[in-house]
Design a protein around this ligand. Structure first.
Ligand code: ATP
Length: 456
């Protein structure tokens, strides 16, 4: 299977099986936005829960759910209003809007994020002849223009003199502006604040399915530490965050570290965890050493004192921050790519999502062998209800032949299928079929929950 094929197959399975739909599809779509369907929501929740649990395992990490809207001053102080830009260039032939830095990279030239528009245009002009439009293959481009990634809104803007406000472009700022509240709540350095939530970025060319969206979710944690301890904390978090991906079923060979050679305005050191997506390596999480940049900026702009007393030394200091910032949608895309498999069962090709059971949206499906035998259906319904009480995410399916029902559950990634047949009515046993081995075991109904939960 080529990688392009794999991407197409994942996109089509996501739509067919109710994981992910293109946004506003009935109106021709809306670039950079996707809607999660019934199984997509469960998958999303499971991934977010694994992350939340990994954070909650620490004694000194608390959670926050901060507003999507904030005072515009937050983004002036953070540096986003002046510095959070991407260089846009238009293809004069097909009118596609493209990232000038990505085009330069395609001919081996790296464009620094700190470069001004003038500098970018100079570099682009020097290489213009070699650069092809990835959409139409032509070599005719306009000028590079820096475009802000901040999305604006008129929320609360009822007067002409009111300024537009920004939708948050990262969850981190909601954490920094609440730093003092957490100190008053009783946290003492070192401690972390964690948050899962939506963010918005006006990406120039949203593409590659869930990879570059305009509305997406982040799972971020800001860890406040003594400046003298920051290096130790930074390497511990790097190690922990990489190990996390194996616990959710991503194999080490599809993960790698990438160091940022060109640091953004706030970072002192920055590494990305990359996944080998069907289109190539791409970032799923950034682990950044942000120093005291953010707290100092908010202290300066708000006038609120963010310094903390180091009791050992008797001096006040501004804590340093280690940030772990994962993109939930990209992690979900990585999990789909990782789990997608095709094999042969009974001479036929089947598609299967080999999710770990903790990630799978549905844990077990229950089938009556035949739809038109009331005793089988009623027994299967009873078993379904009992399992649902414990496992919640259980499916009942009596549609089509058993083979088709297995195929459906394989495509969703359901680890177990339970079938109620005529033998069940005689000896109260059912078959439990394992998604990966496709082997069936005969299990007593009374022992079913233990059997399944043990495997889960
Ligand atoms: P990129 O270089 O790919 O644009 P970034 O360096 O701007 O990403 P960060 O600002 O570090 O990304 O954001 C943290 C995480 O948020 C990323 O690791 C990624 O998983 C996710 N993320 C960033 N931009 C997007 C996007 N447009 N769509 C989906 N997820 C995103």
């Amino acid at each position: 299977m080529t990688n392009n094929n794999l991407l197409e197959k994942i996109v089509s399975l996501c739509k067919r099986r109710g994981f992910i739909y293109p946004g506003s599809e009935i109106y021709g779509g809306f670039a950079g936005v996707y809607d999660y369907g019934p199984y997509g929501v469960l998958l999303r929740n499971n991934v977010a829960e694994t992350w939340t649990r990994a954070m909650a395992a620490h004694d000194n990490i608390n959670f926050i759910d901060s507003g999507i809207f904030t005072s515009p001053k937050v983004w002036e102080a953070s540096g986003h209003v002046s510095g959070f830009n991407d260089p846009l260039i238009a293809c004069l032939s097909c009118h596609s809007k493209l990232r000038a830095d990505h085009l330069l990279e395609s001919v081996g030239v790296s464009a620094d994020e700190k470069m001004s528009e003038k500098e970018l245009n100079k570099v682009f002009d020097a290489h213009r002849k070699k650069i092809k439009c990835p959409v139409c293959d032509k070599k005719s481009f306009g000028k590079v223009v820096k475009k802000t990634l901040m999305a604006t809104s008129t929320l609360g803007n009822l007067d002409e003199k009111d300024k537009d406000v920004y939708l948050r472009a990262e969850t981190a700022q909601g954490i920094f502006i609440n730093f003092k509240n957490f100190l008053d709540f009783g946290c003492s350095v070192p401690f972390g604040i964690a948050q899962v939530g939506k963010v918005f970025r006006n990406e120039i060319s949203p593409r590659q399915f869930m990879f570059r969206k305009r509305e997406f979710e982040q799972m971020e944690m800001q860890y406040f530490t003594y400046p003298r301890d920051v290096d130790v904390a930074y390497s511990a978090w790097k190690k922990e965050r990489m190990a996390y991906y194996e616990t959710i079923g991503i194999s080490a060979e599809h993960l790698r570290w990438k160091k940022h050679e060109r640091l953004v305005f706030y970072a002192k050191d920055a590494w990305d965890i990359e996944y080998s997506f069907p289109f190539g390596w791409g970032e799923i999480e950034g682990v950044h050493h942000r120093g005291d940049y953010d707290l100092k900026q908010h202290q300066k702009y708000s006038g609120v004192d963010f310094s903390v007393l180091d009791e050992g030394v008797g001096e006040k200091y501004i804590p340093y921050v280690v940030e772990t910032s994962a993109g939930l949608d990209r992690v979900i895309f990585a999990l789909l790519a990782e789990a997608y498999d095709e094999d042969k069962v009974g001479g036929e090709t089947r598609t299967v999502l080999r999710f770990l059971p903790r990630i799978a949206p549905i844990k077990v499906a229950v089938f009556p062998l035949l739809k038109n035998k009331p005793k089988l259906v009623s027994k299967a319904r009873d078993i379904y209800k009992t399992l649902k009480k414990d496992l919640l995410f259980v499916a009942f399916d009596d549609n089509g032949n058993i083979g088709k029902r297995y195929r459906r559950q394989d495509e969703i990634g359901t680890p177990y299928c339970v079938t109620v047949d005529f033998q069940t009515l005689e000896d109260d046993t059912v078959t439990v079929r394992d998604r990966d081995t496709v082997k069936q075991a005969r299990v007593k109904v009374g022992e079913l929950i233990d059997y399944i939960t043990k495997e889960l």
